[in-house]
Write a protein that binds this ligand. Structure first.
Ligand SMILES: [Zn+2]
Length: 470
């Protein structure tokens, strides 16, 4: 590497302290926007080629024009520092594993290893992607159940070439007795396409074709920011895997394309989208959807859409799976608790909360004349812990009352028993030591609900005194 010359001089002129190597191993704070980065697609690296191209603009100025291999080595060392030790050695082992395969396996159809739109895709799919509008996407697909999109994607010839490449790879595996890793813990058969050279092609498939669709169809699960993938084939049949249990994918968006061949059975069954917390909850009738595969046809769905595959009863079925992931979405998800924008169960819970709030508000208006100084706003259980009811069998509705006739409005949460609205829970609140603004709560509530009549005067008096003191 040629970084030492100029950097050494820089450091010593600034009163260098002998930390030349460490100092020179630092990236710039701001990218050099004028610099045109190299492509890294053809190198076998532990990280996505895009990461290298993006990072290159942050290299120290003296490194921008050194040979590409040196830049890749330098950036790889920096990136590895961000991986925990266990992950680093796993990543290193996996890299060596892939390297071994790629050095020894001779591809049969080289034309499959880089995307050729005209020979890969059917014209209708290409037109929709080129138009790049929601309308054009929807014009080529059906959505037989919410969140499940079905459309024709690959030409028959492409499917046949890919099947023959996979067969060739498996023949090589058998002949060389090479121990390959299977695509996931659920399948005993099948192969990871990324492991024998198809990673770059699949990256392009995701970026250029699946991400535009997902940006529109799955925006709330990171569809616009898909940035890595796991690409593999699964094989079902008499001497292969038979069926696949009920599960969710380790992906934000899954593309599942049937490549062939002749088969019966093997239907996919879908049972609603769920977050981690709700993954084992029951299915509602409107979430049940079964789908029969057609070669060349794609099914696109959220990874969290629960599904499984029924037994393939005769013949052989091979499917291409592309699990597309978004690191941005995964990072954001760690800080969220409510997934009602996509989880069926979170959404149902939210609707139920809204329903009880509306019911409570209606009940209040029904049973009480609301004075001008009271505003009723919905009750948010996430912000307030509900008080328990002494009559546990009676459902409680909760509301918040804001008394706004003072200099600073205050929030008061009060629980009412549904069956006896007039018996407000003031006394219980008092017993729990909730004495802040006591006079005001009592005054407002008493006025609004006509309960605790004996206390109205006292508390109105207290309230007035309190206002005066301020
Ligand atoms: Zn949920």
């Amino acid at each position: 590497m040629s970084l030492h010359g100029s950097d050494r001089r820089d450091t010593s002129s600034a009163g260098g302290n002998g930390m030349v190597a460490a100092a020179s191993l630092r990236l710039r704070l701001n990218p050099n926007k004028e610099h045109k980065p190299d492509g890294y697609e053809d190198l076998q690296l532990d990280f996505s080629p895009n990461i290298f191209s993006s990072l290159e603009r942050y290299l120290p100025p003296s490194m921008l024009n050194v040979p590409r291999d040196d830049k890749a080595k330098f950036m790889r060392e920096i990136l590895l520092k961000y991986l925990p030790l266990g992950e680093r050695s796993r990543s290193q082992k996996h890299r060596e594993y892939r390297q071994k395969i790629i050095e020894n396996y001779q591809p049969l159809h080289r034309e499959l290893y880089s995307v050729n739109s005209a020979t890969f895709f059917v014209p209708s799919f290409l037109r929709a992607i080129n138009d790049n509008t929601e309308q054009s996407f929807r014009s080529i697909m059906s959505e037989p159940s919410p969140g499940i999109f079905i459309f024709d994607i690959f030409q028959t010839n492409f499917c046949e070439l890919l099947l023959s490449e996979i067969e060739n790879f498996e023949k090589w595996v058998t002949e060389t007795k090479f121990r390959i890793m299977r695509p996931n813990t659920m399948n005993k058969y099948g192969a990871v396409l990324d492991d024998f050279g198809l990673e770059t092609m699949l990256d392009k498939l995701m970026e250029g074709f699946i991400r535009p669709l997902s940006r529109v169809l799955f925006a709330e699960v990171g569809g616009a920011t898909l940035d890595s993938h796991h690409g593999f084939v699964v094989e079902y049949g008499k001497d292969r895997d038979v069926d696949l249990g009920f599960h969710v994918d380790d992906s934000e968006v899954t593309l599942n394309v049937c490549l062939g061949k002749q088969f019966s059975g093997g239907e996919l069954f879908f049972r609603g989208i769920r977050c981690e917390k709700h993954v084992n909850t029951g299915t509602h009738s409107e979430e049940i959807f079964d789908y029969s595969h057609v070669p060349g046809r794609a099914v696109l769905h959220r990874g969290r859409h629960r599904h499984g595959a029924r037994a393939t009863t005769s013949g052989n079925r091979v499917n291409l799976l592309l699990w597309c992931r978004s690191s941005v979405f995964r990072e954001m998800k760690r800080y969220q608790k409510d997934f009602s924008s996509w989880c069926g169960e979170c959404s149902r819970e939210k609707k139920e909360r809204q329903r009880s709030t509306i019911a409570a508000t209606k009940l209040m208006h029904l049973h009480a004349a609301v004075p001008a100084n009271i505003i009723v706003v919905p009750y948010f259980p996430l912000l307030f812990t509900p008080l328990s009811c002494e009559h546990e069998s009676i459902q409680i509705c909760s509301i918040i009352i804001i008394a706004h006739n003072s200099r600073s409005p205050h929030l008061h949460k009060i629980n009412f028993k549904r069956s006896c609205v007039h018996a407000c829970k003031l006394h219980e609140m008092e017993n729990r030591g909730n004495k802040v603004n006591e006079g005001r709560v009592k005054g407002s509530t008493a006025a609004a609900y006509g309960c605790c009549n004996s206390e109205v005067e006292v508390n109105e008096e207290k309230r007035k005194n309190w206002e005066r003191e301020r």
